[in-house]
Write a protein that binds this ligand. Structure first.
Ligand code: XLS
Ligand code: NI
Ligand code: NI
Length: 438
């Protein structure tokens, strides 16, 4: 059931750095081998349904601007099914091997849960057929537990127990659908799992309920035999003033407190990192250190605007840092590089959807190449190894292996006439080294 929503656009191909064709890749050559794997295998690009096919590009001050000729603007199941076919035409022409969606992006919410589930099934049928036709896979599924007014006080953390139950029923269905579509994973983003004021909030009870909710999801995952990882996606605020899963470290602490570490990894988003006052590189390293780097929502914010602008990532310095962490982690599969990004309100034509993704894919391809070259060069890695070499033998190795207590350390220092000299951190030199590769 192939569509022709983009009749003038042919499959986007790699043409190399000298190409002036705006509808071609300059750096992303899906078959190029880097560190033993193709770029396609490394990057596992994914397109998000919500921004690319459901975002009219309105903002808090203005109406939607997007022109989407294939969409009749109604909330009918028929329109949703037609849109699904268009989405696959887009994924195919772009050459993205994955996509991601919320239940309510793909199918309209009905008057009852029963009706909503029926609507979802009707669209999932089309998604499944399109997956089979194209070989494009679902990177992860998720449930939208933040848009409908019932979730005004939160979903799992709502003060209203019926809302918790509704959210559970919605996630149950979303998990079944994700399994049905052979999704590689499943995401929990706690959009309204937080508070607007502590004056009306029982914080302890709300966090306990979130822990319980995720435990119930793990139970159900086992029951239906869904094998993919669960991900938590940290974000500190927006729409709430404070979201409980605010950054990677907070999520890891939460997962440990509720004994969920075995079942969850993190899905990290660049613009969420910056909202939390961190760099994406920091968040990636925190997650990787805990063995919990699962997947990334690749976008970027704007330093002049303090909110989640979800722009396409174009900064090669940023993508190089991301890829250094990802390669250092041994890859990102079964996660991927998911473009949780939208075109600007001013970029309202269908072709802008291609430009956004092409630029983002090329930026990540360059980041991958730069990161691999930095690793092959070895100077950066060797510098860090050497910087910690005092831990590889003598007293350092005794401390690391638990063979020295405070008394031993006192004795060791008292017995030394002077301690080993500190060496320079060479930050400027290393920053220059990175620039050699960008
Ligand atoms: C919003 C989040 C959201 C999640 C999926 O800021 O990024 O889009 O990725 O619910
Ligand atoms: Ni996201
Ligand atoms: Ni976001």
């Amino acid at each position: 059931m192939a569509s022709e929503a983009f009749p003038k656009i042919k499959k986007i191909r790699y043409e190399g750095p000298d190409s002036k064709n705006p509808l071609a890749f300059r750096y992303y050559d899906e078959n190029e081998i880097i560190e033993g794997k193709t770029m396609k295998e490394h990057l596992r690009f994914s397109v998000v349904y919500w921004h690319t096919f459901r975002n009219g590009l309105s903002d808090p001050f203005g109406l939607p601007t997007a022109i989407r000729p294939w969409d009749d603007g109604t909330d009918s199941v028929k329109n949703a099914q037609k849109r699904a076919v268009v989405a696959f035409e887009f994924f195919e022409k772009l050459g993205a091997p994955f996509y991601a969606f919320h239940d309510r992006d793909v199918a309209p919410e009905g008057a009852s849960l029963k009706q909503s589930n029926k609507n979802l099934d009707a669209v999932v049928k089309v998604l499944k057929a399109e997956q089979e036709r194209t070989g494009i896979k679902l990177l992860w599924g998720t449930a939208c537990l933040f848009a409908h007014p019932r979730y005004m006080h939160g979903a799992a953390t709502s003060c209203n127990a019926d809302v918790f139950a509704y959210a559970a029923a919605q996630v149950k269905k979303a998990l079944e659908v994700t399994k049905e579509l052979n999704g590689e994973g499943y995401v929990f983003w706690g959009g309204r799992e937080g508070y607007s004021t502590l004056l009306n909030t029982n914080l302890k009870r709300e966090i306990d309920h979130l822990g319980r909710f995720l435990q119930l999801a793990v139970d159900y995952k086992k029951k239906i035999g869904f094998k993919g990882p669960f991900y938590i996606e940290p974000k500190p605020k927006e729409p709430t003033k404070h979201q409980y899963d605010s950054d990677a470290a907070a999520c890891l602490n939460f997962l440990r407190e509720y004994d969920l570490m075995d079942h969850f990894k993190l899905n990290l988003e660049t613009n969420h990192a910056t909202l939390a006052g961190h760099t994406m590189h920091h968040e990636l390293e925190v997650a990787a250190a805990a063995g919990a780097l699962g997947s990334i929502d690749a976008n970027t914010g704007d330093p002049m605007l303090g909110w989640d602008t979800d722009q396409f990532p174009t900064d090669v310095y940023l993508t190089t840092q991301c890829m250094l962490s990802i390669l250092g982690n041994g890859g990102i599969a079964p996660g991927g590089v998911n473009f949780d990004a939208k075109v600007r309100r001013e970029s309202f034509e269908p072709i802008d959807l291609f430009h956004g993704h092409i630029v983002g894919m090329d930026a990540f391809a360059r980041g991958l190449k730069a990161a691999a070259a930095i690793r092959a060069d070895g100077r950066l890695g060797n510098f860090v190894t050497e910087r910690y070499s005092s831990w590889d033998e003598g007293i350092g190795s005794k401390i690391e292996s638990g063979k020295a207590n405070f008394k031993d350390l006192e004795k060791y220092i008292l017995g030394k006439s002077k301690i080993s000299k500190n060496t320079s951190g060479r930050q400027e030199l290393l920053e220059g080294l990175i620039n050699e590769f960008i």
